[in-house]
Design a protein around this ligand. Sequence first.
Ligand code: AMP
Ligand code: MG
Length: 328
Amino acid sequence: MATLVLKPDRDPTALAHAAALLRAGELVAFPTETVYGLGARVFCEPAIARIFAVKGRPADNPLIVHIAAVEDVHRVAVEIPSSFWVLAERFFPGPLTLIVRRHPSVPACVSAGLETVAVRMPRNPYALELIRLTGEPVAAPSANRSGRPSPTRAEHVLQDLDGLIAAVVDGGECEIGLESTVLHLLMEPPLIMRPGAITADELSAVLGVPVEYWRGSPTEAVPSPGVKYRHYAPNASVLLLPSWEEVRQWVQEHPEADPVVLASETPPEPFPLPVRLLQAATLYAEFRRADSEGKTHILVLYTPSVQAHPALADRLRKAATHTAEEGP
Ligand code: AMP
Ligand code: MG
């Protein structure tokens, strides 16, 4: 099966076509403001099973359910806490995923068997229109093979999944480029399972209670199973180095290596290697580019200002760490 590339900016029927495929139980990748998602109808169990199969995703890693209107949360969740409505009012549509209690009609495999469900309303207009036209919430993890960096352009989706899915809606580059903040609302206090563009301080200011980042180790019992896997990683080894001095030293000590440098600032003096911009929106694209060039190492200038960016620092640390239990 060839994967169709549907371009809604040129073809007015593109989103209706994509929605028809989703309704028929096919998989369709689509842009969101965070990364490209790989969508399936949430109530179609065989389609959900196909998501896990084509991604090579471990069955214990739950999917996020995408809705196009806040009230649609009632179709996928029950016993919705008041904190959900407070946060939805402020942050939906946007890069925030809220974990609440799963509606019994949502197949358990969507949530990897958990009693909870992760819900998000994306703000990309193509994503919203696609979900609306489908007429049902859409379960969608990132549209990459498991363990690869998330796609932020339609061509990244095709690199991983061409021929394995019915279509990709090409909406250009994702605005944010890193996955949503995942907040567990059934914990007290609410816990951020995955940092994203919306920070603990912003959430805490709206909720009026402290919001913490989950800091458990990857191997302990995890309330959000997906976080234990090594994610977001290119094939090249990622090294986090705190100063230009250490970058230079590493390069001198490894003359056989073929590295690229990612930095959010220019080097103090001319540098003998390619230096590319480190920023959230293009991090995954740079990972994929380094891999396509066959680079052996990605040296990241990991300054305090980079470390102060919770989502960017989290993805860099994950890419640089090989945990004991790796995702495939
Ligand atoms: P992805 O869809 O690839 O962006 O990954 C979704 C992430 O959301 C998973 O890795 C989990 O960490 C988290 N998640 C989704 N559903 C749940 C849930 N029901 N409970 C806890 N965490 C969840
Ligand atoms: Mg993912």
